[in-house]
Design a protein. Structure first.
Length: 319
C-alpha cells in the first residue's frame, strides 16, 4: 500500500524510507505541507500523514476527501491543527500518534529547573565573562509546590520525575486517573509556586490561563508550557512578567509560533511582537517547540504513523 507523507523533515524521511519496506508500505515523501499545489501526490493513496506545524484548513480537508483520501495520521499527539469533526463530515478519519512521553517529561523538568535557578541570566552573564553571583538566588524544588494541569501520559510522567525532587505536587484534570493529589483549578493556581501545562488544546482549554486565572496565581510563581501555545493567553502573560506579578516563564510553545518555529529567521523580520518581548525578558526561557524531539520519540512517531495507516487499511478490508 502507499502513504503520502506531507511536511516531512529530513530526519523523518530517513526513518520512513528505512522502516516503510518492513511494513510493506511505499511512502511518497515531500517536505511541503499539504496544499492544492501538491494534492496530486495523494492520488491513489487512501492514507496520508501530516505534521503538526501547519494547519489543515477545512477547504483542504474537503479537497482531500474528494481526492480519495480517507485517513489522515497526524505525526503528533495533539490534533488541534485539524478540524476533526469537519473531516469526519467529508469522509476523512483523523488519527494521532503516541510516542515516548519521556521526551517531553524530561524537557519539562529541565525547563522547571532552568526557571527556578534563573539559568538564562546566569548563562548570559557567563557568556559575557561576568562570573559574579547575581542578586537573584535560585530556589530548591523540595521547598516548592508544583501544579500539574493535565495528567495524561506526559503529565503523569512529569509527576513521576517530580517526586524524586521531594516537592509538593498538586494535579488538576477532568479525569483523575493518575495517583496524585487532585484539586480544583483555582486552588492549584493559588497554592502552586510552579504551574506546568500538559492538557490538550481544544475549545474548553483555549486560554486556560487567561488574565483572570493568571491573577489568581501565587505572586512570583513560574509558568511552564510544553503543551500548546494557546493554552496560555500571551497577551496576559507578558504584562504579568514585566510588572513582576509572575516570577518567570519557560515556554517551548507559543501562540503565533507557526511559520517562525522550525524556520531560520536570522535574516528576516519576525512578525510576532509577543515573542520578541518575551525573549528580551531575563526571566523567560523560549525554545522552538522542541520538547518532543528525541531519537526515540521520532522513531516512535514514524512507526506509529505506519501502523495507524495499516490498521485503517486492514479495517477497510474487513468491512
Amino acid at each position: 500500500m502507499g502513504i503520502t507523507i506531507y511536511g516531512c523533515g529530513r530526519d523523518e524521511a530517513v526513518l520512513f524510507r528505512e522502516m516503510a519496506p518492513g511494513f510493506g508500505v511505499l511512502p511518497t515523501i515531500t517536505e511541503a505541507a499539504v496544499s492544492e499545489a501538491n494534492i496530486a501526490l495523494a492520488f491513489g493513496n487512501r492514507c496520508i500523514s501530516v505534521g503538526h506545524q501547519t494547519r489543515v484548513a477545512d477547504p483542504m480537508l474537503l479537497a482531500l476527501g474528494r481526492a480519495g483520501v480517507e485517513y489522515i495520521s497526524t505525526r503528533s499527539i495533539g490534533y488541534d491543527h485539524i478540524n476533526v469533526q469537519y473531516a469526519r463530515s467529508v469522509g476523512v478519519t483523523v488519527g494521532n500518534v503516541a510516542y515516548s512521553p519521556d521526551s517531553v517529561a524530561d524537557y519539562t523538568l529541565m525547563l522547571i529547573l532552568m526557571a527556578v535557578r534563573d539559568a538564562k541570566s546566569v548563562i548570559r552573564r557567563a557568556d559575557a565573562h561576568d562570573y559574579r553571583l547575581s542578586e537573584v538566588r535560585g530556589r530548591e524544588l523540595r521547598d516548592l509546590t508544583v501544579g500539574v494541569i493535565g495528567t495524561g501520559r506526559i503529565g503523569a510522567a512529569v509527576m513521576d520525575r517530580l517526586r524524586g525532587f521531594g516537592c509538593r505536587i498538586l494535579a488538576h484534570d477532568n479525569r483523575a486517573e493518575a495517583a496524585a493529589d487532585y484539586v480544583p483549578l483555582g486552588e492549584l493556581l493559588q497554592r502552586s509556586d510552579i504551574v506546568t501545562l500538559h492538557t490538550p488544546l481544544n475549545a474548553d482549554t483555549h486560554h486556560l490561563l487567561d488574565r483572570d486565572r493568571i491573577a489568581q496565581m501565587k505572586s512570583g510563581a513560574f509558568v511552564i508550557n510544553t503543551g500548546r501555545g494557546a493554552l496560555l493567553d500571551t497577551g496576559a502573560l507578558v504584562p504579568a512578567l514585566e510588572n513582576g506579578r509572575l516570577g518567570g516563564a519557560a515556554l517551548d510553545v507559543l501562540e503565533g509560533e507557526e511559520g517562525i518555529f522550525y524556520a531560520d529567521c536570522r535574516n528576516g523580520p519576525i512578525g510576532n511582537e509577543s515573542l520578541l518581548r518575551l525573549q528580551q525578558l531575563p526571566n523567560v526561557v523560549i525554545s522552538p517547540h522542541t520538547a518532543y524531539y528525541t531519537g526515540r520519540a521520532l522513531r516512535d512517531t514514524v512507526e506509529n504513523t505506519l501502523l495507524n495507516c495499516l490498521n485503517f487499511e486492514g479495517g477497510k478490508r474487513h468491512e
